[in-house]
Design a protein around this ligand. Structure first.
Ligand code: ATP
Ligand code: MG
Length: 269
């Protein structure tokens, strides 16, 4: 049973914290002196609970760095990151690891599946770490793998399946525990249009029905059109911010227009 203190804290939390995620004045620098790269330059962002945000921008603009720093996977050189009211810079290593496992899901640009585990084992990993009951884990894994059309590959290893199949397994692993916040780096980068639709519909459903907050990097205007807000990054700074007005189709037009203004990237479509 919850104590009075816990209930007060929950009420306080609900009332005062509109932003589920805040990055304040973040700077991230790689390398030193002549090799110095300012990947994020005094970057600030506020994300409300239940928002679905797309991050776009040219290669090397700082999108992956932003996701890594906001999710606590990497440290910023300066600035603060507040998730659910927790300043993640103030959590110790164990607290941060537990917090991430309970609240956050990650889809990495390069998948990061474990080669020694089958696809099904990779996908069940977050549930195994949470000591969930084996039968319910298998059922949940089957449900999500079937939906993503990779159930027939459940006993294969990552090196035995295609890039698109690995990517769908990586997404399944990230969403299996229904995280409160999902960080997805190019989740449809290796997928054909049919799989892209399946994945985007699933992520969108998670956002609408479970209220998950989503931060998704993408080069694909179609994927970005599912978002409520799209931000463009150039040289580690926010360059354009667009809110969805009207439907997905209108937003797709607006995004393509913004891409054409930001130069070149529209040629990739
Ligand atoms: N580990 C690293 N060491 C040194 N420089 C890095 C490192 N990671 C990223 N960078 C540099 O920081 C900048 C931002 O990189 P980042 O990976 O965030 O870009 P990105 O927008 O995700 O690009 P892409 O669309 O190609 O994935 C780039 O100039 C990149 O070369
Ligand atoms: Mg990247």
């Amino acid at each position: 049973m919850k104590g009075v203190y816990d209930i007060l804290r929950l009420l306080y939390h609900k009332k005062n914290i509109m932003n589920v995620l805040e990055g304040n004045y973040i700077t991230k620098i790689y390398g030193k002196e002549d090799n110095k790269v300012v990947a994020l330059d005094d970057f600030s962002i506020e994300i409300e609970e239940g928002e679905f945000i797309g991050v776009m921008g040219s290669s090397g603009s700082g999108k992956t760095t932003l996701l890594n720093v906001l999710s606590g996977l990497d440290n910023a050189d300066s600035g603060s990151i507040i998730i659910n009211g927790n300043n993640i810079g103030e959590l110790n290593k164990d607290e941060l690891a537990l917090f991430k496992r309970r609240n956050l899901g990650f889809v990495f640009q390069e998948f990061k599946l474990l080669d020694s585990l089958s696809l099904q084992e990779n996908i069940m990993l977050p549930m195994i770490l949470d000591k969930r009951e084996p039968q319910s884990m298998k059922l949940r894994a089957k449900e999500i793998m079937s939906l993503f059309d990779i159930y027939k590959l459940k006993d294969k290893y990552p090196w035995n399946v295609s890039g698109g199949q690995q990517q769908r397994a990586a997404i399944a692993r990230a969403v299996i525990n229904e995280p409160a916040i999902l960080f997805a780096d190019e989740p449809t980068g290796n997928l054909d249009s049919k799989s892209t639709r399946v994945i985007m519909n699933y992520i969108s459903k998670m956002n609408k029905e479970l209220g998950s907050t989503i931060l998704m990097v993408t080069h694909d205007p179609f994927a970005a059109s599912y978002c409520d807000r799209v931000i463009f990054i150039e040289d580690g700074k926010l360059s354009i911010e667009m809110m969805k007005k009207g439907d997905k189709k209108n937003f797709l037009g607006d995004i393509i227009h913004a891409l054409s203004l930001s130069g070149g990237a529209v040629d990739e479509i």
